[in-house]
Design a protein around this ligand. Sequence first.
Ligand code: MEV
Length: 325
Amino acid sequence: MKKVIVSAPGKLMLFGEHAVVYNHSCLVTAVGQRMKVTVELTQQETFELNAPDVQVENYVKPMSELGLGDIPKGAKFVEIAIVNFLAQNKITGGLKITTQSEFSSQFGFGSSSASTVCVIKALSELSAVNLDNKSIFDLAFKTVLDIQGKGSGFDVAAAIYGGTLYFVTGGKVIEPLKIGNLPMIVGYSGIKADTVTLINEVGEKAKKYPEMIESVYSQIEKLVEKAKVALLKKDWQTVGELMNFNEGYLSTLGVESKKLADMIYVSREAGAYGAKLSGAGIGDCMFAFASDKVSQAVKDGIIKAGGEVIDVNTNVEGVKVEEKI
Ligand code: MEV
């Protein structure tokens, strides 16, 4: 085998963002839009990357210089993933890699984590070391931390395992939940959120008001535990109420924006079970859970509030090999 095509899904945080960075639990679901990565072994001792979605074209460097020098932003996750893989495993020759995403990197669906996971899975196949999911997680999470310095790893877990997961910081717990499809409507705010900046801002708040913020985190954790039970029972009414609770805490943490709040409130007014932002906040996406009866009204409301409705499938497969050549 010389060439492998691997795909992994994007993700949306359901409950527990921010708190999960500090040793609390969260719930995340994978979405149907996938990242696809083609990795080919070559005779040249070079690394070649094409990632048009993140403006990287014909980026070439010697394999011996991987991880060194100035790395373009859009190439970082792929390149550092290879460095981390090669620290433990061997491949001979060079690598030609192409990434192609079914979703915009602006959505906050986790395109960087998904491509990191795909690269590690592909290298594991090509070198026949056949890493298990937890080993892929550890290498991919290390890659994210090497680049971002911060993060819980929930996005990496969603890309690997798919479906809906109960997750604790750093992969201490990764529990796939048998739930099936979620009655989810997703709205994109049109604003790009910078996760690391927002984690830092919440961190500053926690320094200033440690007891208050720590108690918000532990309230969020309680809510995550209840939401897990309600999701497993498909008790959407309770899930919706807990979403609204969670949004209140996110507003307290300072990561709700007027645009997201507008999209969330119109969803609730249109009869959704509940609505909240997803991820770091301020921008990216919000989502609502809604019955079929009101789903069109919720979508119309989101559009009226200036958002873009993004159709997503849930209950989707994690990382998988699409083709071996
Ligand atoms: C960002 O999508 C969610 C955060 O909780 C960060 C993380 O868990 O890595 C803010």
